[in-house]
Design a protein around this ligand. Structure first.
Ligand SMILES: Cc1cc2nc3c(=O)[nH]c(=O)nc-3n(C[C@H](O)[C@H](O)[C@H](O)COP(=O)(O)OP(=O)(O)OC[C@H]3O[C@@H](n4cnc5c(N)ncnc54)[C@H](O)[C@@H]3O)c2cc1C
Length: 450
């Protein structure tokens, strides 16, 4: 982080290795979010990029996708259309990179607690205040949440990091990067603490719909890709652990010749496969709801499909990211002491990055609470029995009935906010339900592939 240049001009330059910049240029040069690109080609390329584990490149890829999808729906001014084109097709060979700044010191999960204030001055919106977790700080544009002055609603804005003509001069758009965080994982990705002092920002979508747009569009895409990167990390871990145990000899035989090791390797491979199959199945169903006509959207069947996808995206995020950390730890153990050597394989780095995947884009408890609330509020038009049967299509009747009974009992509990034994028991049951239910979904996806 270089705050000043030699002439004492405040520049807040993020200094990154040349190799990272080259990799980023190549990856963004793939124009992953170009409208002409098949979503499946985009998905496969993202999977491969995530296997590489370079968070400094893969996080901006995810953030840019959220920005593009948001603008695809709402870009209605010349400035926003220009930003969309810059991200999607590039301008003069320069392809823009996106970031998303929501979290503030007093609340990350609780976006409604945002204090960043946006003032409209002479027809231009300008945020004032701070954001405390701003990854991909080198990005060209950031989606930011802020409350318009005098309102309790959270609105969404897109803020350019530099106003036109200022990038080369390194004059940032009236905000400072105060500090780069010192993190356990995604270390090669900068996460900054920012202060806004009247940066120019463009409103996106209705000012009172910021939270629903950030959750419904931006976080939906990033949660989907957390699920995909969990699969990618596990595939890599499984491949490396399998090959290492084929090669390494202990007590005169290869590691994989010991039944104890073979069982563990099989388990690692199984988790990698079920997570990948689940991620692809979910993406397929997600794409089906994406292009629906307004007539289709008005039907109850569509509402149910959309609800199912929304819940599965949260389930995948919370189950996949946690499984990924467990699988990586197990894969590292197959290497013995070499498993934790930073210069021996990339598994230690993926392990630390995986722990981050558990936290950002909605930590486990936040998602489980949201699932509980969603299921409760939908039960009148989408009973749990029907929901479970739809998600687990192809499973045995006994399995469906067992999960449906458990879900019905869970959501009959009135609230998660009472500190008593019954609520503590329900919380434990929700935790177990989410993991076992989503694993069953993944297993069905895997048997579909097989
Ligand atoms: C490396 C890294 C990079 C990040 N980059 C970004 C970024 O670029 N942009 C950005 O906006 N944010 C970013 N974040 C922030 C991240 O999104 C937040 O950390 C996350 O949303 C959680 O917020 P918090 O840290 O304030 O935790 P809190 O919200 O304070 O949560 C603390 C604990 O309370 C639990 N909890 C919260 N609500 C409930 C509830 N209703 N019921 C039960 N338990 C609950 C949580 O699960 C957690 O265990 C990043 C975080 C990390 C670690």
């Amino acid at each position: 982080m270089m705050h000043y240049d030699g002439h004492h001009n405040r520049i807040d330059r993020i200094v990154r290795p040349k190799e990272t910049e080259m990799l980023e240029q190549e990856v963004f040069g793939e124009l992953l979010f170009n409208k002409q690109k098949s979503p499946w080609i985009k998905l496969i390329k993202m999977l491969l990029i995530y296997e590489n584990g370079e968070a400094c490149v893969s996080c901006p890829v995810t953030c840019t996708e959220g920005l593009v999808e948001l603008l695809d729906k709402y870009a209605d001014t010349p400035e926003l259309k220009h930003i969309l084109m810059h991200c999607r097709e590039g301008i003069d060979g320069d392809i823009a990179i996106g970031a998303q700044y929501l979290s503030e010191i007093q609340g990350g999960s609780d976006v409604q607690a945002n204090r960043l204030e946006a003032l409209e001055e002479d027809g231009v919106w300008r945020p004032y205040g701070s954001k405390f977790f701003c990854s991909a700080t080198h990005a060209d544009y950031a989606v930011i949440t802020a409350k318009p002055q005098g309102s309790e609603d959270v609105a969404l804005f897109v803020m350019p990091s530099w106003l036109p003509g200022n990038k080369e001069k390194e004059i940032r758009n009236s905000y400072t990067i105060d500090r780069i965080k010192w993190k356990m994982g995604t270390s090669e990705l900068t996460s900054g603490e920012l202060t806004f002092n009247g940066a120019v920002a463009y409103p996106v979508g209705p000012l009172d719909k910021g939270i629903s747009n950030v959750v419904g569009i931006v976080l939906t895409y990033s949660r989907l890709t957390v699920g995909l990167s969990a699969a990618a990390f596990m595939l890599r871990a499984a491949r490396e652990a399998t090959q290492y145990t084929e090669f390494r000899e202990v007590f005169g035989q290869k590691v994989n010749q010991f039944p104890m090791a073979k069982r563990q390797i099989d388990e690692i491979n199984y988790f990698a496969q079920r997570t990948t199959a689940g991620a692809f199945k979910l993406y397929r169903d997600f794409l089906k709801t994406d292009g629906a006509t307004s007539e289709e959207k008005s039907k109850l069947e569509f509402k149910k499909k959309q609800f199912k996808i929304r819940e599965l995206i949260m389930l995948q995020k919370l189950v996949g990211s946690m499984d990924s950390t467990d699988v990586l730890r197990k894969a590292m153990s197959m290497f013995g002491g070499y498993g934790i050597m930073e210069d021996f394989s990339s598994l230690p780095r993926l392990y630390r990055d995986s722990a981050i995947n558990e936290l950002w884009e909605g930590p486990r408890n936040v998602l489980m609470s949201q699932l509980f609330r969603d299921m409760q509020s939908a039960k009148a038009w989408y009973p749990p029995t029907e929901f479970v049967a739809d998600v687990l299509e192809g499973a045995t009747q006994t399995l469906i009935e067992t999960f449906a009974k458990e879900l019905s009992e869970i959501i009959n509990h009135p609230s998660l906010f009472v500190m008593d034994d019954a609520t503590l028991d329900i919380c434990a049951r929700i935790d177990r339900f989410c993991t076992e239910f989503f694993h069953t979904y993944q297993d069905l996806a895997l048997s579909e592939v097989n």
